[in-house]
Design a protein around this ligand. Structure first.
Ligand SMILES: C[S@@+](CC[C@H](N)C(=O)[O-])C[C@H]1O[C@@H](n2cnc3c(N)ncnc32)[C@H](O)[C@@H]1O
Length: 266
C-alpha cells in the first residue's frame, strides 16, 4: 500500500463511522434493498451465482445482492468497513464472506474464480492503476463470467462541485500518475453535516482508460450506458427525481452524469 492509499484507508475508516448512521441501515434491516432498478435490470440473473464485490464498503449492497440469491464475497481495505459488514451479516443472518484487503493485494487472500465481479458507485477514483484493476477482475472471473460496473461519469469530475450556478471547468479530465489531494474538509456526500477530517487522494480515469483497460485484459464489452442522473448529490444545484436519482434540472438530457457497463471474460 503506498502513502496515498494509506491516507485513503484512514479516510474510509473515518467515513464508515459516519455512513453507518447515514446510509439507511434501518431500512435495509427492515428488508429494503439498497440496489436500484437500473442495476437489478442490467446485471442479469443473480440466483446461485458466485459474486465478488470489490470495494464493498460496509456491505449493504453485498448483502442486498445475497438477498437476490447471489453467493457473495465482499472486499474492502477499510478495517472498520469490513468489521461492520461482518456485524450486519451476523445480525441479519445473511450469509456472506468479507475480506479486508487492498484490491491490488487480493490474490494473496483469495484463490477462487467467480461468475460475477460487481463494483459500483464511487470506486474508480480511489484506484492508482486501472489497467491492473482490469487484469485483477479478469483473473478472478471464470471464463464467460461478467463484470458489472456502475460509476459516476468521469466528465463530471472536471467541474467545480462547491458553488451553485453554471458549471465551471476547474480540473483536468485526463489521467495523471500523481493523485489529486483534497484537504478542504469537504462535506461528506451522505451526511453533509460531517466535514471530512482526513485528506483524500484521487486519480482521474477517462472513459477510454476504463474501456481500453478491460479490452486489453481480455474482456468483451457487452453494453455501455450513459445516464443524465446519478446516485449522489455531486453539485449544489442538484435535485432528486421521483426515483431518488440526483439530476441537474437545467442540464437534463445535455450532460452525462453516470455510466454502467457489463463486460464478459472471453
Ligand atoms: C464510495 S465507497 C464504495 C461504494 C459503495 N457502493 C457504497 O457507497 O457503499 C468506496 C470504497 O472503496 C474502498 N477502497 C478504496 N480504495 C480501495 C482499495 N485500493 N482496495 C480496497 N478497497 C478500497 C473504501 O474503503 C470504500 O469503502
Amino acid at each position: 500500500m503506498n502513502e496515498f492509499e494509506d491516507g485513503n484507508r484512514k479516510l474510509w475508516d473515518e467515513l464508515t463511522e459516519v455512513h453507518i448512521h447515514s446510509y439507511g441501515v434501518d431500512k435495509f434491516l427492515a428488508g429494503q434493498t439498497t440496489l436500484d432498478e437500473i442495476q437489478l435490470r442490467e446485471i442479469g440473473d443473480l440466483k446461485g451465482k458466485t459474486l465478488l464485490h470489490l470495494q464493498c464498503h460496509f456491505g449493504l449492497d453485498t448483502l442486498s445482492l445475497a438477498r437476490e440469491g447471489a453467493i457473495v464475497t465482499g472486499v474492502d481495505f477499510s478495517e472498520k468497513a469490513i468489521d461492520n459488514a461482518r456485524k450486519l451479516s451476523d445480525e441479519t443472518g445473511i450469509r456472506a464472506r468479507f475480506i479486508e484487503s487492498n484490491i491490488y493485494d487480493l490474490k494473496d487472500h483469495l484463490s477462487e474464480k467467480f461468475d460475477i465481479v460487481y463494483t459500483t458507485m464511487g470506486v474508480l477514483c480511489w484506484l492508482k492503476d486501472i489497467p491492473e484493476w482490469a487484469r485483477i477482475i479478469c483473473h478472478f472471473l471464470k471464463p464467460g463470467g461478467i463484470l458489472y460496473l456502475m460509476e459516476s461519469h468521469p466528465i463530471i469530475n472536471i467541474f467545480d462541485d462547491t458553488k451553485p450556478g453554471p458549471l465551471d471547468i476547474t480540473i483536468d479530465y485526463f489521467h495523471k500518475d500523481e493523485p489529486i489531494m483534497w484537504d478542504d474538509h469537504h462535506p461528506d456526500y451522505s451526511d453533509p453535516t460531517h466535514l471530512q477530517e482526513n485528506p483524500s487522494y484521487e486519480w482521474r480515469w477517462t472513459i477510454s482508460d476504463i474501456l481500453n483497460s478491460l479490452i486489453s485484459a481480455g474482456m468483451t464489452i457487452e453494453f455501455f450506458n450513459e445516464y443524465d442522473k446519478v446516485f449522489s448529490k455531486f453539485f449544489p444545484d442538484m435535485e432528486q427525481d421521483q426515483d431518488g436519482w440526483w439530476v441537474l434540472p437545467n442540464l437534463r438530457g445535455k450532460l452525462p452524469l453516470m455510466f454502467s457497463l457489463r463486460a464478459r471474460k472471453i
